[in-house]
Design a protein around this ligand. Structure first.
Ligand SMILES: [Mn+2]
Length: 326
């Protein structure tokens, strides 16, 4: 048995042997974060286990269709503390935000994730960086636990497979991902409403934000890098939130001739959130790590201290050097 197979086996045993789970995922949750946390909750319920899901934020409107999302509790409303936890799609403990406070200090935590930069902060760690989505790892666990990928479980897990592969378009779209998707559709899942709600639908405010952000698009490194800037002012003017900015970075990446696309988003007076995407060869998780962040080779992020203009100059300097090195 390989080390990874052993990690799967141990994680399955952890799920079988424990009860009264607290399920957690990262702040600013995306489709894979919510799909994996709700898919796991659905699997555990089918096993007859008690589950609570906690988060520090309100749930994004885009994912309101996910079965069980109305059961996610604001961590501020929780009274008790939990002795058993599961973290999903989260590369380090800090990214769990304040929801981690609902765990007892001595709680046993199972860390399930697909980020290669995961620092293995759990008591048990199932980190499969070969997986395209955390939902793919949860699908495999469901197989080991003999829980079928049907109904609510499938809607949640399909969402993560679909969104983390950019709708089955990115370089991480593997035969295994497509087989799992096909298996769920064979089992009765309707993929079109999920695509419509998780990805296709945009609000008018989001389009106004996109329009303004695109007007400020800049290229660098002789057209091999491009970036979009989102100031706090812009969010205020368009009545949008951080959640509405998640897709913007792809417009910078998708520009013809660009290898690295970025978004710089002003978080505070002296703090800038940087999202990085690459097309073919630049490992942006390495660049993000240089600034205290992390992620995947083609999609990563970090938060950098300093005024917006200064952060752009510093990060673009590193990006240009990485592109130049070939
Ligand atoms: Mn993910």
């Amino acid at each position: 048995m390989t080390e990874l197979e052993e990690a799967y086996r141990r994680a399955a045993a952890f799920l079988r042997e424990n009860d009264g789970f607290l399920l957690l995922t990262h702040v600013h949750p995306d489709g894979d974060a919510l799909g994996s946390v709700l898919g796991m909750a659905s699997i555990l319920q089918k096993m007859g286990k008690r589950v609570v899901i906690a988060h520090e934020e309100e749930m994004p409107e885009r994912f309101a269709y996910l079965p069980g999302i109305d059961r996610v509790v604001r961590v501020s409303e929780l009274t008790g503390r939990f002795a058993v936890g599961i973290s999903l799609d989260c590369a380090d403990r800090r990214r769990l935000g304040r929801a981690a406070e609902a765990l007892m200090p001595e709680a046993r935590l199972l860390n399930i994730d697909h980020h290669a930069t995961n620092d293995r902060f759990g008591a048990e760690n199932l980190v499969d960086s070969g997986a395209s989505a955390t939902c793919q790892i949860v699908c495999r666990l469901a197989g080991l636990l003999e829980i079928p990928l049907r109904g609510d479980t499938a809607v949640c897990l399909y969402t993560g497979l679909f969104t983390d592969t950019g709708g089955f378009r990115y370089g991480n779209t593997t035969a295994d991902v497509l087989r799992l998707a096909a298996e769920m559709i064979d089992g009765g899942l309707d993929p079109y409403p999920i695509a419509l709600q998780a990805v296709e639908t945009v609000t008018e405010k989001q389009l106004r934000l996109l329009s303004a952000a695109l007007a400020g698009l800049r290229t660098a490194a002789e057209g091999r890098a491009a970036y979009i800037t989102v100031t706090r002012n812009l969010l205020e003017e368009t009545g949008t939130t951080v959640e509405d900015t998640q897709e913007l970075v792809n417009y910078a990446r998708n520009l013809a001739g660009v290898e690295v696309g970025l978004m710089f988003r002003e978080e505070g007076e002296n703090e800038v959130k940087v999202s990085l995407r690459s097309k073919h060869r630049v490992d942006v998780s390495g660049i993000a790590a240089q600034f205290g962040g992390g992620g995947h080779p083609r999609a990563a992020g970090c938060t950098v201290e300093g005024p917006l203009r200064q952060v752009i100059d510093r990060v673009m300097g590193v990006v240009a050097a990485r592109i130049g090195r070939g």
